[in-house]
Design a protein around this ligand. Structure first.
Ligand SMILES: CC(C)(COP(=O)(O)OP(=O)(O)OC[C@H]1O[C@@H](n2cnc3c(N)ncnc32)[C@H](O)[C@@H]1OP(=O)(O)O)[C@@H](O)C(=O)NCCC(=O)NCCS
Length: 321
């Protein structure tokens, strides 16, 4: 049996930090409202240099270093993003040119906030089919490129960042199980208004996030709790055997509701939302890298990744480290 093992992680956060108090000066909101409703205190915001490929490169370089492998050892570069630098070529190809890998496969995946789990699952399948030995999965998101700073319903929720993981074929268990789902019927619950095919045939830059917050909140709690049960169901690992849960960081209250439904202890949940906000697909690899670098996740431990977002698309993954 071949498994895919995570052998290195990395992440990058832009230097610029925007606090809730800064936001109070930009829109009709308060630190108190944001903290009590979401658990967010501040977020990192991309500067001019923090293009998606730059952030991806920073996170990827750290992951490669941690994995102790050279860019030429990579067989697949997979970037997940909702904010690609260009419509084409893919951000993965732009990253490939910076990393100077061989002519390995490179492509992007957009599964919104669930992108990292989708990306890792795809890489895992390529490894299991023996088509490749090593993959670099990078999630890089400049969510603030969509943010309308006058829309208090959404602008307080998002931040920018990138996270990466190197996965390698192994005889020892790594990725044990993953489950992915989507429901496109609910595509209009959260979307950006890029009108690439508008009547005037003009390409309008993504400018705004439209979101039915309350509906999304309920759907996310339901999906994020059921996917954890689903991903464990096919394995011999019980929820009580799980050492760490890394949920998508969209709202701390939402995460608390999910773990309440799962009867999962809060001290085993990796939470980074307080100073990062929602970085879409980058949120899970950012939290994963945080936990790895702070020696929270140890070799042999079981970690569950749990994501939900636009699409709607959601997914769960069980990994043995
Ligand atoms: C967005 C969210 C934090 C709002 O929290 P909520 O408790 O549902 O708040 P409501 O939508 O009921 O709004 C309550 C009031 O606060 C107001 N409000 C909204 N944003 C505000 C802000 N930033 N500051 C102050 N007031 C705000 C609303 O206008 C509303 O006022 P009204 O009652 O006068 O109309 C919450 O619904 C949520 O997190 N949803 C999921 C979002 C998400 O996960 N998105 C990404 C998916 S990957």
């Amino acid at each position: 049996m071949i498994y895919s093992k995570i052998i290195g992680t990395g992440s990058y956060l832009p230097e610029k930090v925007l606090t809730n108090f800064d936001l109070e000066k930009m829109t009709d909101t308060t630190d108190e409202w944001i903290v009590t409703r979401t658990g967010i205190h501040s977020r990192h915001v991309a500067s001019a240099k923090d293009l998606p490929v730059y952030m991806a490169e920073q996170a990827a370089s750290k992951a490669l270093k941690a994995a102790r492998i050279k860019p030429t050892d990579i067989d697949l570069i997979l970037v997940t993003t909702v904010a690609p630098e260009k419509f084409f070529p893919s951000t993965a190809c732009l990253l490939q040119s910076r990393l100077q890998t061989n002519s390995c496969m490179a492509f992007d995946v957009n599964a919104a906030c669930s992108g990292f789990i989708y990306g890792l699952t795809i890489a895992d399948q390529f490894i299991k089919s023996k088509m490749i030995k090593r993959a670099l999965v990078v999630s890089s998101e400049v969510m603030t490129s969509f943010v309308d700073w006058q829309d208090r319903n959404t602008c307080v929720l998002f931040g920018d960042g990138a996270g990466a993981a190197v996965v390698e074929a192994s005889k020892e268990p790594g990725i044990i199980a993953s489950k992915l789902h989507a429901n496109g019927k609910l595509h209009d619950i959260i979307y950006s208004d890029t009108e690439l095919f508008a009547k005037e045939k003009t390409c309008i830059k993504p400018a705004r996030i439209h979101m039915k917050g309350r509906e999304l909140y309920k759907l996310a709690i339901k999906a994020m709790s059921s996917i954890v049960k689903e991903v464990l169901a096919d394995t011999n690992i019980k929820i009580s055997d799980v050492d760490w849960l890394i949920p998508h960081q969209a709202n701390q209250r939402m995460i608390e509701m999910v773990i309440k439904k799962l009867h999962f202890p809060s001290e085993k949940v990796i939470i980074t939302i307080g100073d990062q906000a929602n970085t879409s697909s980058a949120s899970i690899p950012l939290a994963l890298d945080y936990a790895v670098r702070n020696n929270m996740i140890k070799s042999g431990q079981h970690v569950v990744l749990d994501a939900f977002g636009a699409g709607l698309a959601w997914g769960g993954m069980l990994i043995k480290f």
